[in-house]
Design a protein around this ligand. Structure first.
Ligand SMILES: Nc1nc2c(ncn2[C@@H]2O[C@H](COP(=O)(O)OP(=O)(O)OP(=O)(O)O)[C@@H](O)[C@H]2O)c(=O)[nH]1
Ligand SMILES: [Mg+2]
Length: 400
């Protein structure tokens, strides 16, 4: 009997210990707990190590550890603490489906210059050589590029001839088909963020200064969060302290954690750490923002190549997005060529399409790189980044 009781007591003790271990392990597996936790018990008046969380939320010198991690507060399982640490309410990004349709009016400049211009000319009673030349000029002015312009005009000429008399509806349909052919309806435009079996999807964002890399990284984080993914941001623009702050602000709005390094530090090591932390946290996607660099500066381009190589010690990059400012026109093509040589570009983001009549650049840049436009920027608003859909784009250009 005594032996049985003793056995039960031992069993209870052993089970209790194992239970403790399990809890301990589980806690270890969580993302680093928010360091603000100790402050709950610490006397507020005595500043000491670990007190940083008491600095105002907008204090610029906060370090990454002070950011509330996605799930970090709830996962630890201490609801009262979690409540106190809850960040100012997270934003709910707009759903990504149908964004281009929502934003189509932003393409109005391109629409007026390209779509409406072409339709007006094609509706002329006599399509003489001068008219075809005008059509060519419209396409070239909209940055469609020489070769694609020629193809489009040849296609239109052949089909108009067959058509004979033309109704406006027929012309619209014809132009729609020919433009669509040019834009490439069958290219795979998926942004590759699917987590690998062994870790998160890794996306790097590159481009020259001021094209909209950081903004695009932030907007893309929102797109991913809207679609149910967890995101870690890597602030590999160590050029300016403000760059990391800018990215972190984007992240905080949707609960994405930002990994950053010292100002002037090695961007490759920040990018490496971002992936490392993303892996440890079990996130779905790591987005790495890089510093703007002129494609003509060899040193900076070499540095970018190094960032890529260092990140790839973890795993191959799933996506390298080149951000091009649509308003810079042909110069964007030169940039594209150089960047493609240094880091294999897998997708193009065309920003500021809302501020230009040069929507034709979509066609030109795809031809130049043989890489699809995957996302387009249509404004400065947080959800003004749309997946590129050829049909919706062409419809927006020629009006409905
Ligand atoms: N109108 C419009 N403005 C945009 C778009 N995308 C970005 N911008 C603006 O472009 C400016 C530069 O954006 P950033 O994201 O800071 O550019 P960046 O490439 O990170 O710049 P650097 O890091 O300095 O090289 C900001 O004022 C953005 O709001 C867009 O699609 N449309
Ligand atoms: Mg930037």
């Amino acid at each position: 009997m005594d032996i049985v009781i003793l056995a039960v007591v031992i069993a209870v003790v052993v089970l209790g210990t194992i239970g403790g271990l399990v809890v301990g392990t589980r806690r270890k597996k969580q993302p680093p707990p928010p360091p603000a936790a100790p402050d709950i018990t610490a006397p507020p008046a005595e500043p000491h190590v670990g007190d940083e969380a008491e600095t105002p939320r907008d204090e610029p010198r906060r370090t990454i550890e002070e950011v509330d991690l996605p799930g970090g507060t709830t996962a630890v399982g201490e609801p009262p603490v979690a409540e106190e640490l809850a960040p100012t309410e997270l934003e709910v990004p707009e759903p990504t489906a149908g964004r281009l349709i929502r934003l189509r009016t932003r393409l109005s400049r391109s629409q007026n210059a390209l779509g409406k211009g072409l339709l007006t000319l094609l509706s002329r009673e006599h399509l003489d050589e001068d008219t075809w030349e005008e059509i060519e000029d419209i396409l070239l002015t909209a940055d469609v590029g020489v070769q694609p312009t020629q193809e489009l005009v040849d296609g239109l000429r052949a089909r108009v001839k067959v058509l004979g008399t033309r109704t406006p509806e027929e012309l619209r349909g014809l132009l729609r088909e020919e433009l669509l052919k040019l834009v490439g309806p069958d290219l795979d435009r998926t942004v590759r963020t699917e987590p690998e079996a062994s870790g998160p999807g890794i996306v790097m964002v590159v481009g020259v200064n001021g094209t909209g890399k950081t903004t695009t990284t932030g907007k893309l984080a929102r797109v991913l969060v809207a679609d149910g993914s967890s995101v870690v941001l890597g602030a590999a623009d160590t050029f300016r302290a403000a760059a990391a702050d800018q990215l972190q602000t984007w992240g905080e709005r949707v609960g994405a954690y930002t990994v950053r390094g010292p100002e002037g530090g090695d961007p490759a090591s920040v990018a490496f750490d971002a992936v490392k932390e993303g892996k440890e946290m079990g996130c779905d996607v790591v987005l790495i923002d890089t510093a703007g660099r002129l494609h003509t500066k060899t040193g900076l381009m070499d540095e970018l190549g190094k960032v890529k190589r260092v990140v790839e010690k973890h795993a191959p990059l799933d996506e390298v997005l080149l951000v091009l400012d649509a308003t810079t026109g042909q110069n964007g093509l030169v940039q594209a060529r150089v960047f493609a040589e240094v880091v294999d570009i897998t997708g193009i983001v065309l920003t500021k399409l809302d501020g230009t009549a040069k929507g034709g650049i979509v066609v030109a840049v795809q031809r130049e790189l043989g890489v699809p436009v995957k996302l387009i920027g249509l404004g400065e608003g947080a959800d003004d980044l749309a997946p590129f859909e050829p049909e919706a784009f062409v419809d927006a250009l020629i009006g409905e």
